[in-house]
Design a protein around this ligand. Structure first.
Ligand SMILES: [Mg+2]
Length: 422
């Protein structure tokens, strides 16, 4: 047993995640070809039924409709995707603290040494967590068990959907012989191309090269780490480890004297946003939603929640969204005494499925002016806003607001079991 798993790393990957969440939320979509990304006019996720009909993610919507007239195209609902992701992380954490929230639909867990305390083999632990995820969330997961993160990712990818694959030390070569170099985590892009040109086509061929070959071919650090990981030497530690990422960032300000001046009140809110963004960037996160509120002299709260189709972390971008909705909260002739903003549905900056939003990233990195933002809004479609006429506090009430914020559908989100949502 020891030789099989010197370390035991699990990788969980939600199958067709966004589309699967849509099907879990609404039973009428189950068994149907479902495509998300309707608000952008580009497919972001395809249900397995849609894939079976020959739909690809790169197809324009009119082409998708043409080849599959009964397709159901829905707008992205990142609030729900994020809720499902949180629940996924929480379920895995019931078994081990060593969980890395890798992306909105993936996480790693280190279960090394837990056989005795859980009274199960590593394989049984993996299967048990997988079953719990699938019954609790109503979606399937590809799960891999191996001795390093990189190999666990090879395993989870091996059979789709709903696969469970184990790669113990003695099976490494067998699996890597069937795996294209491009399909290895971290070797998909230019580095994979470089290896390919150097005559390496499978992952097995890569691990058969020696140090000297790596040096001669200019293989640098990250690819060298991958080379070691593929051989079964665990060199990549679990990212955030036991540290849970914050689920929301909230900043509030009380100002005295109270004011009814629109510009002044907005500037106070602007300071909240800037402070919240500093925190956000420090944590390496982006927000898929925010809510802001104003508190009147009479201690009533008025707030709005806004969902973003693409996660944001720049104050100017967030403020552009707030500016548009500010008048829904602000009324003249009323004295305000405090403002607050909460950034929610937080996701790691690097893990916002970069291939999907690469286009967005290019644009946003170049410029940050409001006019660009307006262009983006046009491009990515309308933003759903939930207006809470009276938000007494951002605790329980905000949570309720959050659940009712099911964009586009204008109905409550129906989730089997939510667990903690903060
Ligand atoms: Mg996935």
């Amino acid at each position: 047993m020891e030789r099989s798993y010197p370390r035991a790393i699990l990788h969980f990957d939600g199958d067709a995640f966004f589309a699967s969440v849509e099907q879990a939320k609404d039973w009428r979509l189950r068994g149907k070809p479902v495509v998300t990304g309707g608000e952008r006019g580009a497919a972001t996720s395809l249900s397995y039924e849609a894939k079976a009909r020959g739909i690809h993610r790169s197809m324009p919507m009119h082409e998708i409709r043409r080849i599959c007239p009964d397709v159901v195209i829905v707008s992205s609902d990142y609030t729900s995707y994020s809720l499902f992701a949180r629940r996924m992380y929480a379920i895995v954490r019931e078994y081990t603290d060593a969980v890395e929230e890798y992306s909105i639909d993936e996480c790693f867990a280190d279960i090394t040494g837990l056989e005795q305390s859980l009274d199960m083999s590593y394989e049984e632990i993996g299967k048990t967590i997988k079953a719990k995820l699938e019954t609790s969330l109503g979606i399937t997961f590809g799960v891999g068990l191996s001795v390093t993160k990189t190999l666990a990712k090879v395993a989870s990818k091996h059979r789709k959907p709903a696969g469970f694959t184990t790669i113990p030390v003695e099976k490494i070569e067998e699996y890597l012989g069937q795996t294209e170099i491009y399909d290895i985590w971290g070797l998909g892009g230019a580095s994979g191309g470089h290896l390919r040109k150097s005559g390496v086509s499978t992952a097995l061929e890569y691990i058969q090269k020696d140090e000297g070959w790596l040096k001669d071919h200019g293989i640098v650090k990250p690819q060298r780490a991958t080379w070691l990981e593929l051989q079964g030497h665990s060199v990549l530690s679990l990212g955030s480890g036991v540290r849970a990422l914050p689920h929301s960032v909230m900043k509030t300000r009380t100002f005295s004297p109270p004011s009814m001046d629109r510009e002044y009140v907005f500037s106070q809110l602007s300071k909240n946003v800037e402070a919240a963004c500093v925190k956000l960037r420090k944590e390496g996160l982006r927000a898929h939603a925010l809510s802001f509120y104003l508190k009147t002299q009479e201690f009533t709260y008025h707030g709005v929640q806004i969902d973003f189709p693409v996660a944001l972390s720049e104050p100017s971008q967030l403020l552009a969204h707030i500016e548009k909705r500010f008048n829904e909260v602000y009324a003249t002739e009323i004295l305000y005494r405090a403002s607050g903003v909460t950034l929610r549905s937080l996701v790691p900056s690097v893990a916002v499925t970069p291939d999907l939003f690469g286009e967005f990233k290019q644009i946003s990195e170049k410029q940050e002016t409001f006019s660009t933002l307006d262009a983006l809004n046009k491009k990515f479609g309308r933003h759903t806003v939930f207006l809470a006429s009276s938000m007494r506090a951002l605790g329980v009430e905000a949570r309720d607001t959050f659940l009712r914020a099911g964009p586009q559908h204008k109905k409550r989100i129906n989730i089997p079991y939510l667990g903690e949502v903060t």
